[in-house]
Design a protein around this ligand. Structure first.
Ligand code: NAP
Length: 321
C-alpha cells in the first residue's frame, strides 16, 4: 500500500479530467489523475469524431484520447491505473482509497468521472452500435443526413434529439413507450408542430433489424405496449435517448446530488457542495454532454481549484503573521 499525495487530485480520464490535468499541470500543481474503470472515457468507444474543433479531417475517438493523455503527461501529470472505491471528504487533504489498496491524498479534488448512456439492453442493439444505432444525435446525426431516422424515449433529450435530427433527415419518428411525454411542455409543442416528425405512442423496441452485409440497421421491430400488436418501422438510424447514468455512486452522502444523481455545482462554476471539491464534464452536465463542453468545464475546474488553493494558502499565511 502506497500513499500518493498531490495538490490536485483528479478522478476520471475523459476530456474533462485530462483538460483539468493539462491546466493544473501547467499551473505547477503536479496533478495526479486516477483513470478509473474506462481509461479515456466514452470517446474510447466512439469511432469517427468530426465535431472536436481543431481537426479539419475526421479523427478517431481513441486517437483523440491518446493525444490528450500524452499531452497531460508531457506537461507534468502523473496518471494512475486505479479505480477509487472509497472517499473521505470531511477534511483536507481529501483522502481516497483505490481498488489497488493505494491511498490518494489531494489538497483539492476534481471529479470528472463522467456518465454512461442507458441502453435498452437488446443483443441486436449491441450488435448494431455504430452501424445505425447510437446514443447521441448531436455526435452522430450528421452521418445519417438524407436518411430517415428514429429516436427512442420521451424525455427532454429524446425530444431535443428528434428536433435536432430534422436538420439532417427528411423524416424523424419518435418512439415512446407511453401515451404522454415526460419532456417540457415547450419542447413538446415544438415537436408536435414539426411537419417532419411523427410520434409513435405506446411502442417498445422489440429488435433492431440488421440488413446484413454492410447495410447496418434497416428497420426497428416494435410491439404495442397496450395491444401487444407487432409492427415494423423502416429506418436507417435508431437513436436511443432513454437517459444516462452519471458515475456518482461513490459520492452519495458526501456531496450534493440532484434528483437525476448528477453532481450539483454552483451556477457558473464547478464548485460542488464541499469547498475544495470541483466537478466537471458529464458527471455534472446533463444537457450538453459533448467532448468539447467536457474539456471546457475541465479547464474551468482546474482554474477554480487553483483559485481555491491560492485563497486558502493566502489565508493560512495571514493567520501565521
Ligand atoms: P429522462 O428524463 O429520464 O427520460 C427518459 C425517457 O426514456 C423517458 O421518457 C422514459 O420513459 C424513457 N425510457 C426509460 N427507459 C426506457 C426503456 N427501457 N424503454 C423505453 N423507454 C425508456 O432522461 P433525459 O431525457 O435524458 O433527461 C435526463 C435529465 O436531463 C432530465 O432531468 C431532463 O430534464 C434533463 N435534460 C434537460 C435538458 C434541457 O434542459 N434542455 C436537455 C436534456 C436533458 P417514461 O417517460 O415512460 O419513463
Amino acid at each position: 500500500m502506497t500513499t500518493h499525495s498531490t495538490r490536485m487530485l483528479i478522478l476520471g480520464s475523459g476530456p474533462a479530467g485530462l483538460s483539468a490535468a493539462i491546466y493544473g499541470a501547467r499551473a505547477g500543481m503536479k496533478p495526479i489523475l486516477v483513470q478509473g474503470i474506462q481509461p479515456g472515457g466514452q470517446l474510447m468507444t466512439t469511432t469517427d469524431v468530426e465535431n472536436y474543433p481543431g481537426f479539419a479531417d475526421v479523427i478517431q475517438g481513441p486517437w483523440l484520447m491518446e493525444q490528450m493523455q500524452k499531452q497531460a503527461e508531457h506537461v507534468g501529470t502523473t496518471l494512475m491505473y486505479d479505480t477509487v472505491v472509497e472517499v473521505d471528504l470531511t477534511r483536507r487533504p481529501f483522502r481516497l482509497v483505490g481498488d489497488s489498496g493505494d491511498i490518494y491524498e489531494g489538497d483539492v479534488l476534481i471529479i470528472a468521472t463522467g456518465a454512461q448512456a442507458r441502453w435498452l439492453g437488446l443483443d441486436s442493439e449491441e450488435a448494431l452500435k455504430g452501424k445505425g444505432v447510437s446514443a447521441c444525435a448531436t455526435c452522430d446525426g450528421f452521418f445519417y443526413r438524407g436518411k430517415n431516422v428514429a429516436v427512442i424515449g420521451g424525455g427532454n433529450t429524446a425530444v431535443e434529439e428528434a428536433l435536432y435530427l430534422t436538420n439532417h433527415s427528411p423524416h424523424v419518428t419518435l418512439i415512446h413507450r407511453r401515451d404522454t411525454l415526460r419532456a417540457e411542455r415547450i419542447l413538446q409543442e415544438r415537436l408536435f408542430a414539426h411537419k417532419n416528425i411523427t410520434v409513435l405512442w405506446n411502442k417498445e423496441v422489440a429488435e433492431f433489424v440488421d440488413g446484413g452485409g454492410t447495410a447496418g440497421l434497416v428497420a426497428i421491430d416494435l410491439v404495442d405496449t397496450v395491444t401487444g400488436e407487432k409492427s415494423r418501422l423502416d429506418t436507417e438510424g435508431g437513436f436511443v435517448a432513454i437517459g444516462h447514468h452519471p458515475a456518482t455512486e461513490l459520492f452519495r452522502g458526501h456531496l450534493k446530488l440532484d434528483a437525476d444523481h448528477y453532481l450539483c455545482v454552483e451556477t457558473g462554476s464547478t464548485r460542488t457542495s464541499v469547498p475544495g471539491v470541483f466537478a466537471c464534464g458529464d458527471v455534472m452536465d446533463k444537457i450538453y454532454r459533448q467532448a468539447v463542453t467536457a474539456a471546457g468545464t475541465g479547464c474551468m475546474a482546474a482554474l477554480d481549484a487553483e483559485k481555491f488553493l491560492a485563497e486558502a494558502e493566502f489565508e493560512l499565511a495571514e493567520a501565521a503573521e
